[in-house]
Design a protein. Structure first.
Length: 348
């Protein structure tokens, strides 16, 4: 089989590393890839968001399976474009990827299908959003509706911070069009865990639990980032809790998507806060987490390629995945100043 992995991060390196262990993988490409993927795959100089370029490459090279890493091409509809020309691709289609592409869609979906989540208000008017903040008070969480590279969620301990966050998103356009609407929600207290599962639109198979650490500095201090490190398993996710998340979050998610007329295939990533009331969903993502994928792939014993094929072909049927009992950890190295302005292109 010829397999194409789309993306350029540590997550894609982990996916390429795992795919390279499969006897089914004869040739692996990664677009655009990085220095790590280059050791195991042939890097292709096509950007992850160049859907037309990727489609042409996949057709020209008779790619048997494409695995999409990042959210931007998924939200842009790469799956729909590939499927139109008969290419097999692992990931949710454009409609399904709204679960990550729009925080408003996601929040409304959770409320509609009784998936436990924080109480929230949704606004497209800055003055109304500020009034809501003043009524509710802090601590409070402000989220930009659209994609913001994992940085569009601001946890505010004071009302002034929340108002400043709304202004930066809505009128100052810090995240461009992504801040045209905002979700303002109660600040949940507890411990976070990442629950990543696979679905073919009918069955759901949860992967090993993990926990990523989003704050930039030690002791959970500093601004939120795309993730500074992760480990698997997450000690807080017991078998009993996993069962609860499966019943209250994952199954209603797939059922809800079916009711919306959406065949959701690929990854369901539920960012969970384990509160005193039980697990509650902070956010859904439509792809593998970065950096959580790195420790998860290290622990997965099962050949991943037939699992991806089963998802694409709608034949997942509670496929059993074996896990190494040992824990795995991933540390992220970032340039000083991240997630703000920082220097790029410095040799590692």
């Amino acid at each position: 089989m010829k397999i194409l992995v789309v993306g350029s991060g540590g997550r894609e390196h982990a996916l390429v590393w795992k795919i390279s262990q499969s006897p089914k993988a004869d040739k692996i490409y990664c677009a655009p890839g990085n220095a790590g993927t280059a050791e195991l795959a042939e890097n292709v100089n096509i950007k992850a968001d160049d859907v037309a370029g990727l489609k042409k490459f996949a057709l020209d090279n008779k790619i048997d399976l494409t695995v999409v890493g990042p959210e931007i091409p998924l939200v842009a509809g790469i799956v729909d474009e590939f499927e139109k020309v008969g290419l097999k691709v692992f990931g949710p289609n454009k409609k399904a990827a709204q679960i990550e592409g729009s925080k408003v869609f996601s929040k409304e979906f959770m409320i509609k299908y009784d998936i436990p989540t924080a109480q929230a208000g949704i606004f497209d008017n800055e003055a109304e959003a500020i009034n809501y903040i003043n009524e509710i008070g802090a601590p409070i969480v402000v989220k930009a509706d659209g994609l913001a590279a994992g940085k569009g969620v601001i946890v505010c301990s004071k009302t002034e911070e929340a108002i400043a966050a709304v202004k930066s998103m809505m009128s100052e356009k810090q995240f461009g069009e992504a801040g045209n609407k905002v979700v303002i929600e109660e600040c949940l207290v507890g411990e976070e865990a990442s629950i990543i599962a696979l679905t073919d639109g009918k069955s759901v198979v949860p992967l090993a639990s993990s926990q990523d650490h989003k704050r930039a500095f030690d002791n959970d201090e500093g601004p939120n980032t795309g993730g500074m490190g992760a480990y698997s398993p997450a000690p807080i996710v017991t078998e009993q809790l996993m069962e609860e998340i499966n019943l209250d979050v994952l199954k209603p998610f797939v059922g809800g998507m079916q009711q919306e007329g959406i065949t959701y295939k690929g990854v369901i990533y539920a960012g969970i806060m384990v509160t005193k009331k039980g697990p509650m969903v902070l956010e859904f993502n439509a792809r593998f987490g970065d950096p959580e994928t790195q420790p998860i792939m290290m622990r997965m014993k099962t050949d991943i390629v037939p699992v991806f094929q089963a998802v694409v072909d709608g034949k997942l049927d509670n496929k059993l995945i074996e896990w190494d009992r040992r824990a795995a950890v991933c540390i992220v190295l970032a340039s000083g100043g991240y997630p703000g302005k920082y220097e790029k292109g410095i040799p590692i």
